[in-house]
Design a protein around this ligand. Structure first.
Ligand SMILES: [Zn+2]
Length: 153
């Protein structure tokens, strides 16, 4: 589980230049949704670990995104669902690249218990990069702001 800053930074750099701000917000929400829903539950109630596993799965997130779509006006509903799903997909993509001490994530739950990951980095590795992500995002936003004000041609 890379930290939420890393998840958000990934979608920031993937969307900042071609997706408008309101739509990006939904992608950002989707990018943190699996961990925001499952981790606090696991921390507060460790005995509910099996349920947190189920929350952090593509099937659960598909259902949740479908339900969340109903909070949007009918003209925005489908687009909102796709944007949230794009963020959730980016989240799972990054999670699939990390190593695990235990079994890892059950991507096929409830249809199977197979796990797979690329094992490119440990979860805490992403945390070391958090200040760098924040700095890069701030530099990008500063440069974009200066460009908008005419300071950079
Ligand atoms: Zn995650």
């Amino acid at each position: 589980m890379p930290d939420l800053v890393t998840h958000t930074a990934l979608v920031y750099f993937g969307t900042r230049w071609w997706v408008n701000a309101p739509m990006r917000v939904l992608i950002y929400i989707g990018a943190v949704l699996p961990d925001v829903l499952s981790r606090p539950l696991y921390i507060l109630k460790p005995q509910w670990y099996p349920y947190t596993i189920a929350i952090h799965t593509p099937v659960f997130m598909l259902g949740l995104v479908w339900l969340l779509g109903y909070f949007f006006h009918v003209t925005w509903r489908t687009k909102a669902r796709w944007l949230l799903l794009a963020g959730v997909s980016a989240h799972f993509l990054l999670d699939a690249l990390q190593r695990h001490l235990d079994n890892g994530y059950y991507w096929l739950f409830p249809f199977g218990w197979q796990t797979f990951s690329e094992g490119l980095f440990w979860p805490e590795t992403a945390t070391y990069w958090t200040p760098i992500w924040i700095g890069l995002v701030l530099i990008c936003e500063l440069l974009l702001w200066l460009k908008k004000k005419g300071g950079i041609k």
